[in-house]
Design a protein around this ligand. Structure first.
Ligand code: NDP
Length: 256
């Protein structure tokens, strides 16, 4: 049956930054396909709202308040998910942030904060979840890159470095964990309407119009645009797909 390839019933997914934006869009897709969810973030009110929303879709959902840059907190988060939901089959490393400054103005602590949040967190979460993902029998890791994994921007100094790095980290893990039947892939979102880009639109003048003009689909992305790709990369349908970085960008990355 075709639909069984996309069936996530009985699976447990951890989504960092799953309490809003793109992470919540992906969590919606996974819940609709039957997966139980652990939403990982720092903002308890946002996480509680996301959990209520996900439960309404008929699955189990828990919030695990965690700073994903903190190694001990990440280890405790993984233990809690396994204790409360029984297993981990899917890990989505989505938590991210940006500090928008050119290279000559960015301070070391700002550089470190962006790299730790966007890149080191994926390393910490993936490493901590690896035993559970291996035990799953068909583990899935989905890392969230960006158009800045491909292009540069004057204001995206540490952000572009982190998002380029996450693609290479994805490829390394895909190689390392293929013998465990764990697939590791990246999604590269185009310009999506979220809290993150609402800040960018305020800071970078003309950004809104430039994105519209440069996107063949003629619109900003929506968080719903990430439900389908998340289900595909989390499901048995993608068992021979690993190490890829898939743009979900309305054609932004292929416009001449
Ligand atoms: P949001 O700001 O809406 O979401 C970011 C999420 O990350 C929040 O849910 C936040 O949760 C969480 N987060 C940030 N820092 C930490 C931390 N230290 N520990 C735990 N959670 C953390 O932005 P988006 O949905 O837009 O971004 C999601 C991902 O998509 C990011 O990796 C971003 O770089 C990427 N992306 C976004 C694009 C866009 O156009 N929007 C384009 C390309 C990539 P909390 O507040 O609870 O800590």
């Amino acid at each position: 049956m075709t639909s069984s390839r996309f069936d996530l019933r009985g699976k447990v997914a951890v989504v960092t930054g799953g309490n809003g934006g793109i992470g919540l869009g992906m969590a919606h897709g996974l819940a609709d396909a039957g997966a139980d969810l652990a939403v990982v973030g720092r903002n308890e009110a946002k996480s509680a709202a996301a959990v209520a929303d996900l439960k309404q879709r008929g699955v189990k959902a828990i919030a695990v308040t965690t700073d994903v840059t903190d190694k001990a907190a990440v280890a405790a988060m993984v233990d809690r998910v396994v204790k409360d939901l029984g297993r981990i089959d899917i890990l989505i490393n989505n938590a991210g942030m940006s500090i928008r400054k050119p290279p000559h103005e960015l301070e070391l602590d700002e550089w470190n904060k962006v790299i730790e949040t966007n890149l080191t967190s994926a390393f910490l979460c993936s490493k901590a979840a690896y035993p559970a993902l291996k035990a799953s029998g068909n583990g899935k890791v989905i890392n969230i890159g960006s158009m800045m994994s491909i292009f540069g921007a004057s204001f995206a100094t540490a952000y572009a470095a982190s998002k380029g790095g996450i693609v290479q980290y994805t490829r390394a893990c895909a190689n390392a964990w293929a013998p465990d039947n764990i697939q590791v892939n990246a999604i590269l979102p185009g310009w999506i309407d979220t809290d993150l880009t609402r800040g960018a639109r305020q800071q970078v003048s003309g950004l809104h119009e430039r994105v519209l003009a440069r996107t063949p689909a003629g619109r900003w992305g929506d968080i719903d645009d990430f439900a389908g790709i998340a289900v595909f990369l989390a499901s048995p349908a993608s068992v021979f797909v690993t190490g890829t970085a898939i743009p979900v960008d309305g054609g932004f990355s292929v416009m001449a």
